[in-house]
Design a protein around this ligand. Structure first.
Ligand SMILES: *Cc1c(COP(=O)(O)O)cnc(C)c1O
Length: 394
């Protein structure tokens, strides 16, 4: 029904919604049924063996969940898609499917906190060698990949300091070694960045963030090469980290406005980053759209927008953070991002809550840092809000 070459805004609205599920309803219904019945045992067998389309049991597939997967498949321009209960389930199921004892996985130090825990706490217990490189050092990453790499796992822009990896360059390095290249595209969304078009094998999202966009549902999605997605789907159907139909419905509804939301958030975040950079109470701003960003040229090459998340450090460290945060009027102080509301928080209570102060310092995360995920409010109101809170610091 949907043209695969339609624009992103059109796909966000229409893709995946072709199946006639409820007598002409214009919206995808929430199919809350654990199992699907077949009076004819031969027809049942055909579906169970995959010879005919259909659903058997909702741990495996479900019509509402399938519509969400299909929308994401088309939005990322992928061969196949499968979904999960959370973004972390997508990440851990993918890594545990692709890696076996004796294998080596190469990634960077700045991956999402939960991903970092999978690398450091869980994979080594299964005899998997994990090599985490300095995120800004592309030569070092290439050198480690050349030493052997079953999986190259990338994430860009990173959390919370918005470092940018050169995807084309690193994907080429991974592929030269025959590794599977996986990219966490959560911060960029398919509106701003298409790792599959740059040669990645698999793309992962925490759908909880920008895809759903309303901070009311958890979910994860994996898209990419059909053979690889099928392997991870099999792991997930057996191990059970399935997306539930109600969440799939909320994510589908959120996705309809993805293009509108993210384009507005791109513009707002750029204006806010430029504003903050000019304020005397602000020490440093991290945003790939700023010319002062160390990887700005790479970001311009591989992104069509710079995303809705920025971070900045206040002069005065943790004390300044404690004074500043309560004064913001238009922001949730919470451990989330990518929502319609602006959300703000320090790494100590959000992305790096598991780390000690010393560990954060060693990772280059200053105590005065704040992550600011721009919502869809009017840009001028957010700037006025930040301006008033900053004025109270001096
Ligand atoms: C939030 C997040 C995840 C984890 O997703 P959940 O849905 O919270 O499990 C993974 N990667 C990135 C970049 C994230 O921001």
């Amino acid at each position: 029904m949907t043209q695969a070459n339609a624009g992103t805004g059109t796909l966000a609205v229409w893709a995946g919604e072709g199946e006639d599920l409820a007598q002409g309803a214009t919206q995808v219904p929430v199919v809350l049924s654990a199992a699907f019945g077949y009076p004819d045992v031969d027809a049942w067998l055909d579906v169970a063996l995959g010879r005919q389309p259909g659903h058997i049991y909702s741990r495996n597939t479900n019509p509402t969940v399938r519509a969400f997967e299909e929308k994401m498949r088309l939005l990322e321009g992928a061969q196949a898609a499968t979904s999960f209960s959370t973004g972390m389930a997508a990440i851990s199921n993918t890594l545990f499917t692709l890696l076996s004892p004796g294998d080596r996985v190469v990634s960077v130090k700045d991956t999402y906190g939960g991903t970092n825990k999978v690398f450091l706490e869980f994979l080594p217990r299964f005899g998997i060698e994990v090599c985490l490189c300095d995120t800004a050092d592309h030569e070092a990453i290439e050198a480690e990949v050349a030493r052997g790499c079953r999986v190259l796992y990338l994430e860009t822009p990173t959390n919370p300091t918005l470092k940018v990896l050169d995807l084309a360059r690193l994907i080429a390095a991974g592929r030269r070694m025959g590794g599977v290249v996986v990219v966490d595209n959560t911060f960029a969304t398919p509106v701003n960045q298409r790792p599959l078009a740059l040669g990645a094998d698999l793309v992962i999202h925490s759908a909880t963030k920008f895809l759903g966009g309303h901070a009311d549902a958890l979910g994860g999605i994996l898209v990419g090469d059909a053979g690889l997605v099928e392997q991870v789907y099999h792991y997930r159907e057996i191990n059970g980290a399935t997306l539930d139909p109600m969440s799939a419905y909320l994510l589908l509804r959120g996705l309809k406005t993805l293009y509108l939301r993210v384009r507005h958030q791109n513009q707002s975040a750029l204006a806010i980053a430029a504003f903050l950079e000019a304020q005397e109470q602000v020490e440093r701003v991290f945003y790939p759209g700023l010319p002062s960003h160390p990887q700005h040229e790479i970001a311009r090459r591989q992104m069509t927008g710079f995303g809705g998340v920025l971070s900045f450090t206040l002069k005065g460290g943790w004390d300044a953070v404690r004074n500043f945060l309560p004064r913001l009027r238009y922001a949730h102080r919470a451990a989330n991002l990518g929502a319609v509301e602006t959300v703000v928080g320090p790494p100590a209570t959000t992305s790096h809550v598991e780390c000690s102060r010393e560990e954060r310092a060693a990772m280059g995360i200053p105590e005065g840092l704040l992550r600011y995920s721009v919502g869809i409010e009017d840009t001028e109101d957010l700037i006025a809000d930040l301006s008033a809170a900053l004025a109270s610091l001096s």
